[in-house]
Design a protein around this ligand. Structure first.
Ligand code: SF4
Ligand code: SF4
Length: 110
């Protein structure tokens, strides 16, 4: 019993760690962002149906935040991007313990 409690304390789970297979084929996953290609036009932020994208700051040092707790993985932001700064990956494994961990800063725009 004590061993199980210690394991939960250290790892947060009692299940053994498993290595998962790589995602196969065309799947709509997380959004990748290339900050140097971004024009800070705001098209993606306005087009996102759930408000999952936030662009903050002045154009020269703006940052993008993607909130995966709101994201539908629909790809609309990628389709509306003015300069191919966004890319949809096939990564779907984004489990997190807190909502904050699902809010990812995608880097500084140039
Ligand atoms: S994939 Fe869809 S829901 Fe997610 S950030 Fe882009 S537009 Fe918003
Ligand atoms: S990621 Fe694309 S659509 Fe979004 S602000 Fe940058 S250039 Fe515009």
């Amino acid at each position: 019993m004590l061993e199980t409690i210690l394991k939960i304390w250290k790892t947060g789970t009692v299940a053994p760690k498993r290595s998962l297979p790589e995602p196969q084929g065309a799947r709509r996953g997380t959004i990748d962002f290339e900050g140097t290609a971004c024009l800070v036009c705001g098209n993606c932020e306005h087009a996102c149906p759930t408000g999952a994208i936030r662009i903050d700051g002045a154009p020269r040092n703006a940052t993008m935040e993607i909130q995966y707790d709101k994201c539908l993985f629909c790809g609309v932001c990628v389709a509306t991007c003015s300069n191919q700064a966004l890319l949809q990956t096939n990564e779907l494994r984004i489990a997190a313990r807190t909502r904050d961990e699902l809010r990812v800063r995608k880097g500084r725009m140039q």
